[in-house]
Design a protein around this ligand. Sequence first.
Ligand code: SIN
Length: 503
Amino acid sequence: MLKTDILIIGSGISGLFFAMKTAKKRPDLSIVIMTKETAKNTNTQLAQGGIAVVTNHIQDSFNQHIKDTLRAGDGHCDEEIVNMVIKQAPDRLKELIEIGTSFDKDQEGHWELGLEGGHSQHRILHHKDSSGLEIENKLLKIIKKMPNIEMLENHFVIDLNTETKKNKTTCTGAFFYDKKHNRIKYIRTRTTVLSTGGCGQLFENTTNPLIATGDGIAMAARAGAEIEDMQYIQFHPTALYTGKENQLFLISEAVRGYGAHIVNEDQKRFLFKYDTRGELATRDIISQAISKELQYSSKNHVYLDCRHLDRDAFYNQFPAITAHCNELGIKPETDLIPIVPAAHYQCGGIKVDRNGATNIRNLYAIGECARTGLHGKNRLASNSLLEALVFAHQASENIDRTIAEFTYSSKILIPKFPKAQQSNDYYAFDILKKELKGLVTAFYTSDDRNADVAHEKIKMLNNAAIALIEAHEITIPFIEFSNMLATALIIIKQCKTEKKEMC
Ligand code: SIN
């Protein structure tokens, strides 16, 4: 029977940073990272913008960053958490730099700080327009060399195991699907850390990769963890519109910070009608403004206009974005870039305390899957990588202090699922997933009556999935689809509760 002191589920920035710090401090502990595809296939590696950190205390201050975060969160942030995260930011940044992560500097050797929507100051440290990739690469490099960390790719965690004694529920291990050997297995753990990312794939248009199917939320909910604020899904206003794919290429917020404009069909800027900050308003405001503009015009996209910017400097600042546009035949120096809002970030998630601990003993959640209280209703740009680092640190410190109290359960569990079969049902579930995405998008963006219709249809899909559980072999597409459904139903429930409370 497999066992590990610490199981980390997910290989984005939060899981890797947590693993690195904990492994360094506690070489006596065994750490396993399980990830459902390759280690690099994460949302982190797609993060373009960077990390918001106050490094210039002459023009900027912690207080200004705190104020900007609270304003973006629209009265729903936990102020104590906001304070903690923003004040810890320089220390966490230092740790990233110590492992060789490089952030851009100007010719005098000062940080080249970017500006993004909702920020009152330039304070975003970035690595061109591939900040997440740079961080992910550096963390993976270090982790490979650490003898007490084992990275298991293509290991898809299906469910957490819990035991309840005297009203206290404890996480004692996890069932997982070992894709290579096509078997479902069980691992005993002393502590488990969820760093499974978000659920952008629930929507028709998203910047998230195919893996973002809400797995962590669904399995934590099944285990009895509290889930909060899932109604706050952030839409990024500037995803590249092609009219084809579901995962849309992100055009970083930093492009607007750099001076790009958003224009409508008539090539007119319209955002100042909605907010005095224009292109530099927060994402929720800009996304809603674009949606309204699209309703008026009956078009399916607006445009990002970069034509007035210095071509060479722009290409130098945003090499990945300009290369991608060029591949599609779009030249930002002469062409308008078609854009739409797309689901980008899950502001809520598994409810955790300041140490990343959930209401289930020995179960932690960090990164996008966690609801920490930092983001409120709408996350401030480039606060997510920061949150991931800070909560990975907090969880690591807490587990270091307390793991002596955590013991392995003496129960030996045999996987309760039927043996997995090689499946060729990806296609069938792709169709079901597409239907679900359409319905969730309709629920999220329609008036009450149409939202109710979409909800009824999602319930029918769920009933069909429950019936399938009896008859169907456990396969990856089946598990993902079930997780997507479970997460969709949580979002809908929390949206409805909020609507009722507002009435
Ligand atoms: C972006 O570069 O616009 C994305 C960064 C973020 O989500 O904060």
